[in-house]
Ligand binder design. Structure first.
Ligand code: SF4
Length: 252
């Protein structure tokens, strides 16, 4: 339920809180590039996976022993599926003065109660990998209850309501690289504070784009405050493409 600190290319030393903590991956998406393997429980109903008190207790024990830069809600699935996410953020806030981040796939940001939870964080990193419903279905393989237009609507609403730092990640794989210009146009409409241009350098069933390919993609994002994974001080090492059976359950 609490792991790390792990080194994050954008957040620094990040102490992770996993509000799902399930034995299998619980997510509203089943992205083609997911390093956690196939989604075993694809859901959109929010529920309590881990009691808030358990997270508080675990964090209270770990915090005095480590020196992270940030506390990040992430882990073995989509954090906004946890119905008590807002309560957990408030509880972490009572324990620490460190900034609190949430990494979300943005699938549920169209729901008012999810946005109400997320605005309690200091940093929210969302996701947009597609520019139309067909590409969305191919890359993110969402739960059937999530329409592409709803994701866009949720992202725009959240942008207007959130006073903290809002970053948007676009994961580029061979499936969506040709539509980089269209995706960039949509990102411009959302107006995030920062854009993270990424490609799966960690173990993934999909090969990452090369440095040259990602540089080509970057051209569409000119004018935006973006950072590309190959241009960070310490980009993650490229991992070989791995088969489903070899995918380890890695923390994000
Ligand atoms: S990459 Fe993230 S959003 Fe996509 S399936 Fe994996 S855990 Fe879910």
């Amino acid at each position: 339920m609490v792991y790390g600190p792990v080194s994050s290319w954008r957040l620094g030393r990040s102490l992770g809180v996993d509000p799902i903590c399930a034995a299998e991956k619980v997510c509203s998406f089943d992205c083609v590039y997911c390093s956690l393997g196939r989604t075993t429980e694809k859901i959109i109903e929010r529920k309590i996976f881990v009691p808030t008190e358990a997270v508080e207790k675990s964090l209270g024990k770990v915090l005095p022993k480590v020196k992270p830069d940030v506390i990040t809600f992430s882990g073995t699935g989509e954090p906004t599926l946890a119905k008590n996410l807002g309560e957990m953020i408030e509880s972490v806030r009572r324990l620490s003065k460190l900034p609190i981040a949430v990494l979300t796939n943005s699938s549920l940001q169209f729901k008012k109660e999810v946005r109400r939870d997320l605005v309690k964080a200091d940093i929210v990193k969302g996701k947009l990998d597609a520019s139309n419903a067909e590409l969305f279905a191919r890359v993110n393989r969402p739960h059937k209850g999530i329409a592409f237009w709803k994701v866009l609507k949720g992202l725009k609403r959240f942008r207007n309501e959130f006073a903290g730092k809002f970053a948007l990640e676009v994961m580029f794989v061979p499936h969506n690289k040709e539509l980089a210009a269209d995706i960039a146009e949509m990102v411009k409409e959302i107006e995030p504070d920062e854009v993270h241009i990424n490609t799966p350098l960690r173990p993934s069933p999909v090969a990452p784009l090369s440095r040259a390919e990602l540089e080509e993609v970057e051209k569409s994002f000119r004018g935006l405050n973006y950072i590309s994974v190959y241009k960070t001080k310490k980009p993650p090492k490229i991992s070989r493409v791995i088969g489903k059976e070899k995918i380890k359950r890695l923390k994000r």
